[in-house]
Design a protein around this ligand. Structure first.
Ligand SMILES: Nc1ncnc2c1ncn2[C@@H]1O[C@H](COP(=O)(O)OP(=O)(O)OP(=O)(O)O)[C@@H](O)[C@H]1O
Length: 338
């Protein structure tokens, strides 16, 4: 089991990663997300042994790396998958996957499982981006690593391919039964593919939990905003049943950090419905057409901006009066009013 205890990494006087703690279950996929420069790649590099750590330790059972005792990458049993595929251009697919393997059977197994049989004898330059990434994954898995690090493996691929390949990668990791840490910039990918999601801010974990908990019960406004569109609706919390009374109706709440009294209710675009109504409670500020939906920003009469996604049939223009109502029945996160 991979365990990281109080890991910190410095570049000069700057703490880039601070006191990171995490533990990966046997075949768990942990997605790491966070704004640019928050330390995601640095964490992967530290786990792989590519850069020294400043404090704490990384423990896999067979080895334990500390600032005093560095374990080189080749002794860590780590597999890495990068966004640029990192394949050998002069070798065929088969040779790439079986590179330095005494027993070629695992290479055959993963070539077949990842649908690469037809490409065994071709060079990487003739493959599409998605095929190259499958080869890179097959090579990594064929070497039977103890854990895998994926650094934005889909960022060089187009949207349609990303969507299918992310599931192929997840399935392959689960079939191999190997734990993985997967860095992504894509919130949807993090929420849908990960068993757990870690949200980083300035080198520190803001929250580490299941996708649903991070999305529905974010530990901070930062996490709430980072994982999707978030509007904060002023309201009053009723301590007897944790319901929150707002201008758009009363909703069940989950107080974060013991929020009480005057609070802000986190509403996502699908928690609210919109009705065209001259006597409504707000006015369309702007609208974006998304094909099957329209995404609206509505300025409420008290000045609060609420973002809402409605059916494309629901057509309103900036300046139109509308009525917003909270329609969701599940509890919404509640933050102390700032
Ligand atoms: N070799 C280095 N020397 C000094 N500072 C570095 C070095 N590598 C990275 N940094 C700094 O460390 C911080 C974290 O960088 P890192 O690449 O880990 O971020 P990231 O979250 O992966 O970013 P991105 O999402 O843009 O890839 C950044 O402020 C970066 O400028």
């Amino acid at each position: 089991m991979l365990k990281v205890n109080n890991l910190s990494v410095n570049y000069g006087d700057t703490d880039v990663v601070s006191n990171l703690n995490l533990e990966l279950a046997k075949d768990e996929i942990l997605m790491l997300v966070g704004p640019t420069g928050c330390g995601k790649t640095t964490i992967l590099q530290a786990l792989a042994g590519l850069i020294p750590i400043s404090s704490g330790d990384i423990n896999l059972g067979q080895w334990r790396a500390t600032p005093e005792k560095q374990i080189p990458p080749e002794k860590r049993h780590v597999g890495m998958v990068f966004q640029d595929f990192a394949l050998f251009p002069h070798l065929t697919v088969e040779q790439n996957v079986a590179f330095r393997l005494a027993d070629k059977q695992p290479a055959d197994h993963w070539i077949t499982l990842l649908g690469l049989d037809a490409f065994r004898q071709v060079k990487p330059s003739t493959l599409s981006g998605g095929q190259k990434q499958r080869v890179a994954l097959a090579r990594t898995l064929a070497h039977k690593p103890a854990f895998i690090l994926l650094d934005e493996p889909l960022s060089n691929l187009d949207a349609a391919l990303k969507d299918s390949l992310r599931w192929e990668i997840r399935d392959a990791l689960k079939t191999a039964g190997v734990p993985a840490i997967w860095v992504t910039h894509d919130q949807e990918e993090a929420l849908s593919v990960g068993d757990r999601v870690g949200i980083l801010k300035n080198g520190k974990l803001e929250q580490l939990d299941t996708p649903e908990t991070c999305f529905c019960e974010p530990a901070s406004r930062f996490v709430a905003r980072f994982l999707g569109e978030a509007s904060f609706l002023p309201g009053e919390l009723n301590p007897s049943d944790n319901s929150v009374k707002t201008a758009l109706g009363t909703a069940p709440g989950i107080p974060v950090n013991n929020a009480t009294g005057s609070v802000d209710l986190l509403v996502r675009p699908d928690d609210v419905s919109l009705i065209l109504d001259d006597t409504g409670n707000g006015e369309i500020d702007w609208v974006r057409y998304e094909g099957c939906a329209r995404f609206y920003a509505v300025k409420l009469d008290d000045g609060t901006l609420v973002k809402i996604r409605a059916s494309h049939e629901n057509k309103a223009e900036p300046g139109d009066r509308v009525k917003l109502v909270i329609t969701t029945t599940h509890p919404l996160a509640v933050f102390q009013r700032q």
